[in-house]
Design a protein around this ligand. Sequence first.
Ligand SMILES: [Zn+2]
Length: 408
Amino acid sequence: MKNFKKLIFAVALLLHSTLSIAQNIKHYDGYVEIDAKKHVLKAEFMISFKTLPVGESMKLFLHRASKNLVIKSGNKEIATTITDEEFVEKDHAITFERSKIKNLKLKVSYTLNLDSLSNNGFRFHKNWIELNLYTAWYPINTNYGRFPYTVKTTINKEYKLFGSGIVNKKGRKWVIDQAIPSIDISQIFYKELEEEAIGNIKLYHININNEAVTTIKRNTESHYKLLNNWLGQTTSTKLYLAVSNLKHTTSYARKNFISLSVAKKYSEPYDKILAHELGHLWWNKASVNSWEEWLNESFAEYTAIIAQRHLFGEKNFIKNINNLKKRTEKLASPYQLKKGTKNYQKSVTHKGAYFLYELENKIGREKMAALMRTIHIAKITTTKDLLKLVHDNQGKEIASFLLNLLKH
Ligand SMILES: [Zn+2]
């Protein structure tokens, strides 16, 4: 009873402390020219707002190697101040007065030398030009919310494009269109590479040996099938999978798009990253601007561990759980954890996954599997709603059990 009161109290508290993330942006329209011989990108982004963010000044982050920056609104140039504040890596902050924005539209133009895109190792590669949030190649402020985008690019004619969105070629222009609000404009221009298929999934790879390609195909198929059967059909029906061995370490998942970075040998830890990123095709609904993103990260991580259990068996599972236990023992719970605190990413990804394993132990594998499916189908985006669902679905004792894990 005591626990239950605590739960109600915490739920009420949460209601007030839940951050509401603004959805200020209506659309991004990009016009880009890439000279793959000179390694230069020239961009013009028209950012349309639904509402302007609160406060007197506004801020956008962009790669600090960007040159010839011009910001305009209502056809008038806007004065900007540049500070060293970083958002990802090697970017800086551009601030300007909010009152200068006319008709809710802002035009940002600049040039960028692609050789400076070494963030996380996304270095310019002539056969694989990967542009994403981590390269800070377009102006971004995630506090202004997710946004749909259309980006039209001209590039040397031997290149093709895939990425997070529907791709069309209109004349000389490659058009990528993402109607689902996203935090990232991720796309890869490539040449001299084959497109392969794994069922509905399109696979592109660079620097991957034949043996690894075969394994990646087989594992992807297994995980994808399992997750669809287990959690319900993903709404991401078309999926583009990019696998590279280019010495960067960042793997990420966006709408209909996964970029997986691997080493020469495709081992089980890389496979877990693949399964984790596949998991994000289901677990992607919570805000990425607060600790609530444990609902994306920990759920994807736990899902990956279960997918591997299915494919590799109990021995692999025990190894994964032991690793998870070891690496999370001293970590803070993701619960109400401030973004930016030390080991934040590990807490929201691994600690929460361990909690889900503990919950599985408590209620049993079968009930846990059914619960995960219910959580996905209910489109849970906050921990408050999750606890309510667990309460309705599994009773108050189990809801308190989960809350206690989260709060300790
Ligand atoms: Zn993730």
